[in-house]
Design a protein around this ligand. Structure first.
Ligand SMILES: O=C(O)CCC(=O)C(=O)O
Ligand SMILES: [Mn+2]
Length: 209
């Protein structure tokens, strides 16, 4: 498994991945801010466990999810249509911080709650047409550390990054076009993790910038 990371003196890591633009800030939030956000999101988001149909059979998605955003930011994820709920203050504050860090506007967020190591997310790319050609995605991690795996679609090169409590991962450029990512199950993890992926959904209702 290849993993090479450049460190700068602000603790910002740029992953040296071909055909990708990935930046990782492991201590983006203070521990106190990350602890508070984890508790508040766990308690206040409208978590749901959706099902997906695979080969004609219904399966529960192995994690809880919630979708928040501007009302026009309609999204279909893994075949599940998600109507956005209106922003909560905690999610909206994190959105503003992500916008400042990524220098990019977001209008929606997918929240995932991995209750323990039995919850996971399959390898996928966030490359739905509504996200545009080279989407910028800001991903905030809270709670248990989980490993994010990347696999190059053509070369099958793999690398991984441990997503720490209070970290921010920014994926941009050709990352979604050229790589898949996912979170495997892990027997050793018995505590929860919440991840927020802020996105910008393109919509006909949006006024041009
Ligand atoms: O939990 C994570 O870090 C990954 C989440 C993700 O890939 C997604 O929401 O599309
Ligand atoms: Mn993703």
């Amino acid at each position: 498994m290849q993993q090479s990371v450049f460190f700068d003196n602000q603790g910002c890591h740029t992953l040296n991945m071909a055909d990708a633009d990935v930046i990782f800030l492991p201590n983006w939030l203070t521990k106190a801010a990350a602890d508070n956000a984890f508790t508040e999101l766990q308690d206040t988001l409208q978590w749901r466990q959706d099902t997906i149909k695979l080969y004609g059979k219904e399966h529960l998605i192995p994690r809880l999810q919630a979708w928040y955003g501007d009302s026009h930011a309609q999204y279909a994820y893994s075949g599940v249509a998600l109507a956005p709920l209106p922003w909560t203050s905690c999610v909206s504050e994190l959105k503003a911080q992500c916008e400042a860090a990524a220098q990019h506007r977001f209008n929606s967020v997918l929240a995932n709650w991995y209750r323990d190591g039995r919850d996971s997310m399959g390898m996928h790319s966030d490359d739905e047409p509504q996200l545009g050609k080279q989407p910028v995605i800001a991903s905030v991690s809270l709670g248990a550390e989980r490993k994010l795996l990347f696999k190059h679609k053509q070369t099958n090169v793999k690398c991984s990054i441990v997503l720490t409590h209070g970290s921010l991962l920014i994926m941009a450029g050709k990352t979604q076009q050229c790589w898949k990512h996912g979170i495997n199950k892990s027997k050793r993890i018995d505590t929860g993790r919440i991840n927020l992926t802020f996105r910008h959904i393109q919509s006909a209702l949006e006024s041009p910038l």
